[in-house]
Design a protein around this ligand. Structure first.
Ligand code: PBG
Ligand code: ZN
Length: 334
């Protein structure tokens, strides 16, 4: 009788009973070092090292502490980092003057990183929120709304300063409309458009999952929220329009942020722009959730599943605080 339930032409298990066959069934989902970018927090005090309470195993470093850590990771395969500057004693003001001042930790660190880690690809987050007194990502009008033109001009200035200091990728996370065009034109004006890439946080949502990051960066808005410039979580159509706009304005790479709850947007964006490398930012809240999911072996297994699914959804590169763990897992598998 049991034969009744066997249908010879509908057997799938014949195709994945062996580990090697299973790899064939998962095309374009391998995780290699170039598929990973490591976000790093850079302090103003060159010799400081501080724990991040809400993110286990994540630290904020001054440049003298950061360089040896990165040298070690480069030896393990690290290919690229995304740098976030933090100021603690320099003053914050309404225009974020210290985002690109000579005392800014990112501006000061870039030449040293280029010299001491010549193979490491250096991306810089470009935003005003770590440097503005009001904590918003753009500049404000007297009534407290986003001042569009002034914000775009300021963001482009900051991006240009990072490019001139040695950044190889500038990645604006501020979400001001038209900043991609302004930054590209700024790069062209100094003949850097073919030496500095523009990674747009094109599809960045107003998420509740940035909490640990905002604590780390001390970059929460003093009043209000970011819902008037980051995308509403349900707005797939706005995400498509934002990606199209940023491609038209000259973005080299696109991004979806956060990752895991937004994998439909990742697939949508990859299908919309198959010829543009696509990044996912696995954000601080995602990191905190996975970190606390169990014993270290469970964390590693869950992480690899999540990263594989991100690749399957269409991501080419994943920005992740787990980069050191991923590198050690990749080398252990060889
Ligand atoms: C700020 C910025 C944020 C993140 C990257 N750049 C926070 C925000 O937009 O509020 C989030 C990163 C993370 O949560 O890991 N422009
Ligand atoms: Zn910001």
């Amino acid at each position: 009788m049991s034969q009744l339930y066997v249908s010879a032409e509908h057997v799938l298990q014949g195709g994945y009973h062996h580990a090697t066959l299973r790899r064939l069934q998962e095309p374009n989902t391998t995780i290699e070092p170039h598929n990973i970018m490591y976000p790093v927090f850079l302090l103003e005090d060159d010799n400081a090292k501080q724990e991040v309470a809400s993110m286990p195993n994540v630290y904020r470093y001054g440049i003298n502490e950061l360089i040896p850590v990165l040298k070690d990771l480069v030896a393990k395969g690290l290919k690229s980092i995304l740098i976030f500057g933090i100021i603690e004693t320099l003053p914050k003001d309404p225009t974020g003057s210290h985002a690109d001042s000579a005392q800014n930790p990112v501006i000061r660190a870039l030449p040293r990183l280029r010299a001491e880690l010549p193979s490491l690809l250096l991306a810089c987050d470009v935003c005003l929120c770590p440097y503005t007194s009001h904590g918003h990502c753009g500049l404000l009008t007297d009534s407290g709304a986003i001042d569009h033109a002034a914000s775009v001009k300021r963001i482009a200035e900051v991006a240009l300063a990072y490019a001139l200091a040695g950044a190889q990728i500038v990645a604006p996370s501020d979400m001001m409309d038209n900043r991609i065009k302004a930054i590209k034109e700024a790069l062209v004006s100094v003949k850097l458009q073919n030496q500095v890439s523009l990674l747009s946080y094109s599809c960045k949502f107003a998420s509740s999952m940035y909490g640990p990051f905002r604590d780390t960066m001390k970059s929460s808005p003093m009043s209000g929220d970011r819902k008037c410039y980051q995308l509403p979580p349900g707005a797939a159509a706005l995400a498509a329009r934002a990606a199209a706009r940023d491609v038209a304005e000259g973005a080299d790479f696109l991004m979806v942020k956060p990752g895991l709850p937004y994998l439909d947007i990742v697939r949508q964006t990859k299908d919309q722009f198959p010829n543009h490398p696509l990044f996912i930012y696995q954000v601080s809240g995602e990191y905190a959730m996975i970190s606390r999911s169990g014993e270290s072996e469970d964390v590693s297994t869950m992480l690899m599943e999540v990263l594989t699914c991100m690749r399957r959804a269409g991501a080419d590169c994943i920005i992740t605080y787990f980069a050191p763990l991923v590198l050690s897992m990749i080398s252990a598998n060889k």
